[in-house]
Design a protein around this ligand. Structure first.
Ligand code: UDX
Ligand code: ADP
Length: 478
């Protein structure tokens, strides 16, 4: 079976870039990305490519080449499903906020809604591909819905048949286009060879055959959770060592280099920082924890849960030490936060360490000027669950400063963020923060002034030479 028409449900950080690359590489496949969110679809169709809803280096060029040719963005969900011979489900699956499994299990209501919509609108044979990160055995639930929730056949309509595949996404935000164009591997889990071959045929147009791995459905679903759990575990491991370095005079970067040259360990994912964020790591580990408890493996559940605990601890540790260094109080003090996205080169803030750290500091009554090159003020406001204030142009104070309540506003530049500040916190490793003019920034700050570099991107010599007191994650020499 050769795939000619693909529909992708969900035009988010995964669906958008993935479909753009498929369309770019498979000229004979028509790809339609659908979403219920009209604004999002309008943004994907915006003639101004700088306004795409997802910021991802290289994405604009790919969309520019394929859009209108064989890449389409639409809100006509039913029409796109009816036309498609393959439907990707790439919708959000956040952690459940309430009810059974709250705080751990994934909320599958959007996936279920998709399965029902496919059952209703599909025509003929349709291959349904799970792309969203899902708990193990979701494919079974999808299949049950596909079989049971179909609309009656129109007169003369051929019976509907379905196959379900798992094809987890391994792209990392910020490098999504590169990851999609030259993936380490593509994983396809399924039960019938012809469906697996059909999807492998799509990827095979640009991915070498030996990189396309085939497994059964459950192995594929579990591999995604396990890959993310292993990656997140490395970050918690190095962050735990960073804390020890700070107390023993060691430097976590030297330790990381020393252990990373062991080919069994390898050099990647050993960057200590303010803890991992992003939509996947915490959610996937918590899914794993939930599954382990469900299957009577409490020791295994506790083991993985500790990776998340260490991550949360690292974030609170950083906000605590900021307060401690600033003489035990940040009430009314001006702090500049550089970087709000969960990592560089994305406008995504889901689970960003900056959210928890900023929240802690607001609780302490701090006045935060937040700068990020790609995150919009409205997003920060939603994440902090607090509206932005307007600081007085002369004093830099807000209405809340004197009352001791925490306040924040978005700064248009690093210089604006830093003006009058007692401390600068670097929370995202944006390239522009690596080459800041610390002499100039230092002159704009109130004395004594601190730099808390949670990403270790600033040049320590320049920061110190500018008369600033520096704390760097994992640096025991300070
Ligand atoms: C991750 C997985 O890498 C990807 O395969 C999966 O499909 C989705 O989840 P993503 O969350 O987009 O991707 O980005 P990633 O580069 O993995 O970074 C996740 C978090 O870990 C970020 O907050 C990042 O700053 C942090 N991180 C990463 C570190 O703190 N140190 C490191 O060494 C690497
Ligand atoms: P991800 O990072 O997994 O791509 P996002 O939240 O960025 O997650 O994107 C998921 C998208 O899926 C959202 O734009 C949301 O509107 C869309 N979505 C959710 N349910 C449906 C549905 N039933 N049909 C189409 N799109 C949906």
């Amino acid at each position: 079976m050769t795939i000619q028409r693909i529909c992708c449900m969900g035009a988010g950080y995964v669906g958008g870039p993935t479909m753009a690359v498929i369309a770019d590489r498979c000229l004979d496949v028509q790809v339609t990305v659908v979403d219920l969110n009209e604004q999002r679809i309008a943004a994907w169709n915006d003639a101004d490519l700088s306004r795409l809803p997802v910021y991802e280096p290289g994405l604009d060029a790919v969309v520019d080449r394929a859009r209108g040719r064989n890449l389409h963005f639409s809100t006509d969900v039913d029409g796109a499903i009816a036309d498609a011979d393959m439907v990707f489900i790439s919708v959000n699956t956040p952690t459940k906020a309430r009810g059974l499994g709250a705080g751990q299990a994934s909320d599958l209501r959007w996936v279920e809604a998709c399965a029902r919509q496919v059952a209703k609108s599909a025509r003929g044979h349709t291959i349904v591909v799970e792309k969203s990160t899902l708990p193990v055995r979701t494919a079974e639930a999808i299949r049950t819905i596909l079989e049971a929730a179909q609309a009656p056949l129109a007169e003369g309509e051929a019976p509907r048949t379905f196959a379900v595949l798992s094809n987890p996404e391994f792209l990392a935000e910020g490098t999504a286009i590169r990851d999609l164009e030259t993936p380490d591997r593509v994983l396809i889990g399924g039960e019938d060879d012809s469906s697996i071959d059909a999807l492998a045929g799509v990827y095979g147009q640009w991915v070498p055959g030996e990189r396309i791995l085939r497994t059964n459905l459950w192995s594929s679903e579990l591999s995604k959770l396990t890959a993310n759990a292993f990656l997140a575990q490395r970050i918690s491991s190095i962050n735990s060592v960073a804390a020890l370095c700070e107390n023993t005079g060691a430097d976590v970067r030297e330790v990381a280099r020393a252990i990373g040259t062991d080919s069994r360990i390898g050099p990647k994912f050993l960057q200590s920082g303010p803890g991992f964020g992003g939509s996947c790591f915490q959610k996937d580990i918590l899914n794993l924890v939930y599954l382990c408890r469900h299957f009577g493996l409490p020791e295994v559940a506790d083991y993985w849960e500790s990776v998340v605990h260490l991550n949360t601890w690292q974030q609170h540790r950083i906000s605590r030490l900021v307060v401690q260094r600033l003489f035990g109080t940040v009430t009314g003090k001006r702090l500049a936060i550089l970087g709000f996205a969960f990592k560089a080169d994305t406008n995504d803030t889901r689970e960003a360490p900056a959210i928890r750290i900023a929240h802690d500091l607001l609780e302490e009554g701090a006045q935060l000027a937040i700068h990020d090159p790609k995150v919009e003020s409205a997003q920060i406001s939603r994440d902090l669950r607090q509206d932005a204030e307007v600081p007085d142009a002369g004093t830099g104070m807000t209405a809340k400063t004197l009352s001791g309540q925490g306040a924040w506003w978005a700064a248009g530049s690093v210089e604006q963020a830093v003006a009058g500040a007692d401390a600068v916190l670097i929370l995202t490793e944006w390239t522009q923060y690596r080459t800041l003019d610390w002499k100039d920034l230092s002159a704009r700050m109130r004395r004594p002034a601190w730099v808390f570099d949670a990403r270790a991107v600033a040049d320590p010599n320049q920061v110190r030479a500018a008369g600033l007191t520096l704390w760097r994650v994992g640096d025991g020499a300070q």
